[in-house]
Design a protein around this ligand. Structure first.
Ligand code: PEP
Ligand code: MN
Length: 305
């Protein structure tokens, strides 16, 4: 339920009204605008009599939210959310570009790539240190050593770092060292992990699960936000369909759908979607045309090897 308060209601009045609403056993999340405050009620609102709330002198309007996600819902927060990652904005006017290798392989490799992507205009450096691989026999990433390489390269280039967190044990280290924590497609439904990153204030890049609906994707964002971390950026990275020419099917319709349903920024990862380098350029253009707030592109210094 969304309660829109009248213009110019005093802070103390909002606070006492919030306490009153909390007595119904719901959580109240205020969005304080310049002239108006909106209260988002999360939880079981069935015991609340809408007519009583509507007749309160502080209240302009009461709205019911049909979708199961509240904090991620655009109704709850009509303005676009802009996430600040070390002064680089995602969700604003500029298309955010995150680029870098799939995996961190060495200091020299990451530094070479970072310098090159910076020159090309990218604002963020990505690179996996802990890799979620389909096969346990594939390279699992350099782990903490890889994280340290990213940190060193950040000192050189100033580019904020984006890297994937796979387990809760590493969270404290990531809070210290990582500017934008990636939750990968395979962990989109790891609700314990989502809750833990939700308790931090570090911006989170949440990738869409490979077989997840748009609603499930937004519910995962809701897990993070309901713990208090509202700095969530969504990433469409392709979904499983019957088509097997491409690695995944890039669901570009998710971009306008999410723009309509949610206020959160959404970026597109054409690399993991298509799995073919020559598709990255046309799909990037299409993503931006569809309204994406940014792109995440894999880059390698020696792709042939
Ligand atoms: C990645 O970005 O490195 C990655 C593994 O992507 P995804 O989780 O989308 O498969
Ligand atoms: Mn990859």
């Amino acid at each position: 339920m969304i309660v829109i308060l009248k213009n110019g209601i005093k802070k103390e009045e909002t606070e006492s009204f919030t306490k009153y609403l909390e007595k119904f056993g719901v959580e109240v999340h205020p969005i304080v605008g310049e002239t108006q405050t909106i209260l988002g009620l999360v939880g079981d609102t069935s015991k609340i009599d809408t007519t009583v709330i509507q007749s309160n002198r502080l209240v302009e309007k009461v709205m019911h939210v049909q979708e199961p996600f509240k904090m991620a819902n655009r109704v709850f927060h009509p303005e676009n959310t802009v996430v600040d990652v070390m002064g680089e904005l995602i969700g604003g006017k500029k298309i955010a570009v995150i680029a870098g290798p799939c995996s961190v392989e060495s200091y020299e490799q990451v530094l070479e790539i970072a310098r090159s992507i910076k020159k090309s205009g990218a604002g963020f450096l990505r690179g996996g240190a802990f890799k979620p691989r389909t096969s346990p026999y594939s390279f699992q990433g350099m782990g903490l050593e890889g994280l340290n390489i990213l940190k060193e390269v950040k000192k050189e280039t100033g580019l904020p770092i984006v890297t994937e967190l796979m387990s809760i044990e590493m969270l404290d280290k990531f809070i210290e060292d990582v500017d934008l924590i990636q939750i990968g497609a395979r962990n989109m439904s790891n609700f314990d992990l989502l809750k833990e990153v939700g308790k931090t204030k570090v911006p989170i890049l949440l990738k869409r699960g490979m077989s997840s609906t748009i609603e499930e994707f937004l519910m995962s964002a809701e897990y993070i936000m309901s713990e208090g971390n509202e700095n969530v950026i969504l990433c469409e990275r392709g979904i499983r369909t019957f088509e097997n020419y491409t690695r995944n099917t890039l669901d570009l319709s998710a971009v306008p759908a999410i723009k309509k349903l949610s206020h959160l920024p959404i970026i597109v990862d054409p690399s993991h979607a298509a799995g073919m380098w020559w598709m990255v350029e046309p799909l990037s253009k299409a993503a931006v045309s569809a309204g994406a707030d940014g792109l995440m592109i894999e880059v390698h210094n020696d792709p042939a090897k």
